[in-house]
Design a binder for this molecule. Structure first.
Ligand SMILES: *[C@@H]1O[C@H](CO)[C@@H](O)[C@H](O)[C@H]1NC(C)=O
Ligand SMILES: *[C@@H]1O[C@H](CO)[C@@H](O)[C@H](O)[C@H]1NC(C)=O
Ligand SMILES: *[C@@H]1O[C@H](CO)[C@@H](O)[C@H](O)[C@H]1NC(C)=O
Ligand SMILES: *[C@@H]1O[C@H](CO)[C@@H](O)[C@H](O)[C@H]1NC(C)=O
Ligand SMILES: *[C@@H]1O[C@H](CO)[C@@H](O)[C@H](O)[C@H]1NC(C)=O
Ligand SMILES: *[C@@H]1O[C@H](CO)[C@@H](O)[C@H](O)[C@H]1NC(C)=O
Ligand SMILES: *[C@@H]1O[C@H](CO)[C@@H](O)[C@H](O)[C@H]1NC(C)=O
Ligand SMILES: *[C@@H]1O[C@H](CO)[C@@H](O)[C@H](O)[C@H]1NC(C)=O
Length: 904
């Protein structure tokens, strides 16, 4: 009888009301080929545009007439771990929504096996779908203009979804301290009819239930309807109620148990008096949860809807709500909704970052089905190619879109990723100019745009940043149409004049030498030729140190003149840097800087090195030539001369000098992290990781390669060792004390002019035979440094059996292929074996006893970069793999009352 009624009712409706789009509703028939109309008068869209992954599916024929049209198709997600629908409701009126996801398996895949998978609302776990015919519903409050509903593989079966519905609620309703409430039940008490849209303007599904009590009703539906409250419970639902059959009993109670006692519960109970009571009399009701927690004490008025809700959540294993009567009439209830709060511990990615990423995806038309849901959260579903900060509102810190088939211009949306430190867009087909904003991204330190088709001038700001910001790395290789701008940087002659103007202020003999040094740079002492330019350049493998010169002649010509040439434009970075950076200081200033020579950083052959602080707060190291040291004067002057010529981010740089007759000093950048030896020392607690060691090695190789190949004639360092490799606050390595040994002994040995340059353990064995020192001698020393990096041991290892040179110590292990014994135990477990082996191989080539058999620094450098790349890939892979475990950790609530699946 009742069934017939329902059936008739539905048919009538389908005939009377044409299906429509309701404002504030989003209705999606997942996997449908075309929009469908539902039997309740709503039209359902296909899921096109809401999701970009998954496959359409259809239930097996025997299920076709069981359920509504919307449940006959579905979308399944065999690929990817997390797949997300994006819903964009209108935000004008409210930001609270009812979101319902329906699942009707219907053996669509012929496997007859109900899949189990996770459901997420935005970035947080919502529930686990375990039934083959069910729906999940949440009341959700968002501050964004979109909501993601994500299906997550948990290991048992392929996630699927049949329908997805969003209904905008009045946001004065369902107010709790939680942003997400999972609906557990919604009962239409005392009825046998199920209601939803159109009776319910929010399309809540009211399930009919008749408890053991007496059913009562009213027929005055229209009065109920006119007097509704913001919850807008349908009059059809409120018109029936149940009351206690025996008014001498005090109350009615509904109880249930939860297996997760920590869950927080909320009850929303709807009352409207439907019984006509004697004039002047009313029922007084007391509402409690969990037996004795009072919720309300009130008197419902005739046909006047009232909603009573718990203002704070209740919890426990045994849960209940009860309605007691405080009058002579029995207690009653018309409708009830029970919710469980969903914790939302994870926060969404910063909105500006999200918008920028969406723009980027749209502009380039890439990663659509791959980059889904929130970019950074939760951390185990972070988008491929991204790393993010871990703070309250995660931001993207690195973005790798290398080899992604990007075409077109570099879009401005990148500039909104304000926390970006690393941007890799290499190996794409990006074209057009290099946008200026790249230079003003506040945190950017690695920008790789290599191997694209970019064209035009490199913005001056970017070049300047590349020059002045030591932590910034720029790669533009492989963009043949890109040319270095001839900026209004000081042309050589301008710079020269400036220096000359200051000459009168400089007193003494030494000053002339300094000026000379500056000029000699301009004439082109350190020249870096661009690789394979004009076909006449030899072995250079690449890393353009600073300054690109077509030829010596070009260096002399003004920048104006050369700017008209395209890719072979001359840009003398070295000159620019010297003019900008070196300053002269008076002895009074030096005293002020060093606070009267207060803190000694170290002692050298020339005299002491003091800590200083410039006016603008920059810390510096001040090397002072002690007046008594006549011997040192020549060497000191020469070091100054050399320092002015060589400028490279991996060579300790000169900030200024003082050159008064009795006061000679050199002022260097301060390297706050000391020297490399300290960091490798046995007792060092914060041992460098393998990837850091590779980075330090590469940095040092860059500096040395520059001395060898960027200067004409090449500069031989002659005293390379781990104590001469210094580390700044960013752990960037720089070679120090270079060039000294070209003409003189080292700092330490400078008193004994007859001693050969170098330090035992690092000295080229061939030198003993030929007395000849050349760039290959540096390569030998560098090989020893590499062995120190990987073993953590000093160049000369002293133990109970005496002392062993590191090369002899390593050799026996190599023969046995025993890399474990070579490696510093402090880096076990963090390295890629291939990068370690490759590194050892390069080191061994460097320490060959015959100089001609050793590689030159440019090939050492490129091999080292390869090691670093291998290790970087390994480290990233590790990070990604460790983030891939999603199974097993989901909380599940099992309710005794909920053991039967709900169905429509
Ligand atoms: C949003 O509002 C516009 C204009 O009022 C309407 O056309 C559209 O259907 C609405 N969309 C939703 C999902 O409510
Ligand atoms: C309701 O939603 C509107 C629109 O999003 C918002 O401006 C307002 O603050 C919300 N009110 C409450 C009580 O959340
Ligand atoms: C759900 O599983 C049961 C038992 O395997 C089966 O009888 C029923 O047809 C399935 N229902 C759907 C909708 O797949
Ligand atoms: C309302 O109650 C009356 C008598 O109590 C009953 O005859 C009638 O069927 C009820 N109506 C509904 C819609 O339940
Ligand atoms: C009502 O409950 C009281 C107390 O339990 C009992 O004595 C009485 O018999 C009950 N009346 C009916 C009609 O069941
Ligand atoms: C919950 O109720 C059951 C019986 O209904 C009882 O055995 C159990 O002890 C109760 N648990 C708590 C924590 O009160
Ligand atoms: C960057 O963010 C600002 C502020 O949210 C916005 O106004 C601007 O349109 C965004 N720019 C791009 C290119 O996305
Ligand atoms: C950036 O500067 C480094 C040295 O500081 C130089 O090697 C590199 O070539 C420069 N890159 C560009 C594109 O100018």
């Amino acid at each position: 009888m009742e069934m017939l009624f329902v059936l008739l009712f539905c048919i009538c409706f389908a005939n009377l009301i044409p299906a429509q789009d309701v404002p504030g509703f989003i209705s999606i028939d997942c996997g449908a080929a075309e929009p469908t109309d539902s039997d309740i008068g709503l039209s359902y869209k296909t899921d096109e545009g809401f999701i970009h992954s998954g496959q359409k599916g259809q239930v097996a024929p025997e299920y076709n007439n069981q359920k509504s049209l919307q449940l006959r198709t579905l979308r399944s997600f065999p690929d990817g771990v997390r797949n997300c629908y994006t819903l964009r409701p209108n935000q004008s009126s409210s930001n609270r929504y009812l979101i319902r996801a329906s699942f009707f398996y219907g053996n669509y895949d012929g496997l007859s096996q109900t899949p189990v998978f996770g459901l997420y609302i935005d970035v947080n776990y919502w529930t686990t779908v375990t039934w083959n015919d069910t729906f999940e519903e949440v009341v959700y409050t968002t501050s964004r203009d979109y909501v993601h509903v994500c299906l997550v593989k948990t290991g048992s079966g392929i996630p699927y979804i049949s329908a997805l519905e969003l209904r905008t609620l009045d946001n004065s309703t369902y107010n709790t301290m939680f942003r997400a409430l999972e609906n557990i039940w919604r009962f239409n008490v005392g009825s046998s009819i199920r209601y939803r849209y159109p009776e319910d303007v929010y399309d809540r599904i009211w399930v009919p239930i008749e408890f053991v009590w007496n059913t009562i009703n009213t027929t005055d539906v229209s009065t109920l309807r006119n007097r509704n409250n913001p919850y807008k419970v349908p009059a059809e639902v409120l018109m029936t109620a149940q009351e206690q059959s025996n008014s001498s009993l005090q109350g009615m109670e509904v109880s249930w148990t939860s297996r997760t006692p920590s869950s927080k519960w909320y009850a929303f109970m709807h009352f409207a008096e439907v019984r006509v009571l004697p004039e002047g009399q009313a029922r007084q009701l007391q509402v409690y949860v969990n037996g004795d927690i009072s919720v309300a004490n009130f008197t419902p008025q005739y046909l006047e809807p009232v909603t009573i809700s718990t203002s704070s959540p209740f919890d426990g294993t045994n849960l209940s709500f009860s309605i007691l009567s405080a009058s002579n009439f029995s207690a009653f209830i018309n409708a009830v909704e029970i919710f469980r709060a969903i914790d939302l511990p994870t926060s969404q990615t910063d909105l500006n970052n999200v918008n920028a990423m969406n723009d980027i995806m749209k502009e380039y038309g890439v990663f659509r089905g791959i980059w889904q849901g929130d970019p950074c959260a939760p951390w185990n579903f972070i988008w491929r190619g991204l790393t993010c900060s871990q703070d309250n509102s995660p931001k993207i810190t690195s973005l790798n879109m290398s080899s992604s088939g990007l075409t077109g211009a570099i879009v401005t949306s990148f500039s909104n990723l304000t926390s970006l430190e690393i941007l890799d867009l290499s190996f794409n087909e990006l074209s057009g100019p290099l946008p200026e904003f790249l230079a003003s991204m506040p945190k950017l330190r690695i920008l790789n745009l290599g191997h694209n088709n970019l064209s035009g001038l490199i913005p001056e700001a970017l070049i300047r940043k590349n020059l002045t910001d030591n932590a910034f790395r720029l790669s533009l290789d492989g963009n043949p149409n890109l040319c270095v701008a001839c900026t209004p940087a000081p042309s050589p002659s301008d710079g020269g004049n400036k220096k000359k103007n200051s000459v009168p202020a400089i007193v003494g003999v030494a000053s002339a030498i300094f000026v000379l040094a500056v000029i000699s740079v301009i004439v082109g002492f350190c020249i870096k030729r661009k690789r394979r330019q004009g076909g006449n350049v030899s072995s250079n493998t690449g890393e353009v140190a600073f300054g690109k010169h077509e030829s010596k002649e070009a260096t002399k010509s003004s920048s104006q003149e050369t700017s008209s040439k395209d890719s072979s434009i001359v840009y003398d970075y070295g000159t620019l840097k010297i003019m900008n950076k070196n300053r002269t200081f008076t002895s009074v200033e030096v005293s002020a800087i060093t606070n009267n020579f207060k803190v000694i950083l170290g002692e050298g052959g020339f005299g002491n090195v003091y800590l200083g602080t410039l006016k603008e707060g920059t810390r510096v190291a001040v090397k002072v030539l002690s007046p008594s040291s006549r011997q040192g004067y020549k060497e000191f002057r020469a070091e100054a001369q050399l320092l002015m010529m060589v400028h490279h981010k991996n060579l300790v740089s000169l900030v200024g000098y003082c050159d008064e007759v009795e006061n000679l000093c050199l002022i260097y950048e301060f390297m706050s992290n000391g020297d490399l030896r300290q960091h490798l020392a046995e007792h060092s607690t914060d041992a460098l990781s393998w990837i850091m060691r590779l980075q330090v090695g590469t940095d040092a190789a860059l500096g040395l390669e520059y001395l060898h190949n960027g200067c004409t004639p090449p500069i031989v360092h002659r005293d390379l060792k781990t104590t001469n490799i210094l580390l700044n606050d960013k752990m960037q390595a720089k070679i120090s004390d270079f060039g000294l040994s070209r003409a003189f002994a080292t700092d330490m040995d400078s008193h004994i002019s007859t001693r050969p340059a170098g330090t035992p353990g690092y000295l080229d064995p061939e030198f003993h035979m030929t007395g000849n020192l050349n760039t290959k001698s540096d390569v030998y020393s560098f090989g020893v440094i590499m062995l120190e990096l990987i073993t953590g041991r000093p160049a000369i290892i002293r133990d109970t059996r005496g002392s062993t040179h590191i090369v002899h110590w390593v050799n026996p292990f190599i023969g046995r292929g025993d890399i474990q014994s070579i490696l510093d135990p402090r880096i076990w477990g963090q390295f890629d074996i291939n990068s370690a082996w490759k590194f050892v191989e390069i080191a061994l080539q460097c320490v060959r006893s015959t100089a001609t058999q050793r590689p030159d620094m440019s090939s050492v450098l490129s091999e080292l970069k390869e090691c670093l790349a291998i290790q970087t890939r390994y480290t990233m892979r590790q990070a990604m793999e460790s983030g891939d475990t999603t199974s097993g950790s989901f909380e599940m609530t099992s309710l005794e009352i909920n053991v039967a699946p709900r169905s429509r």
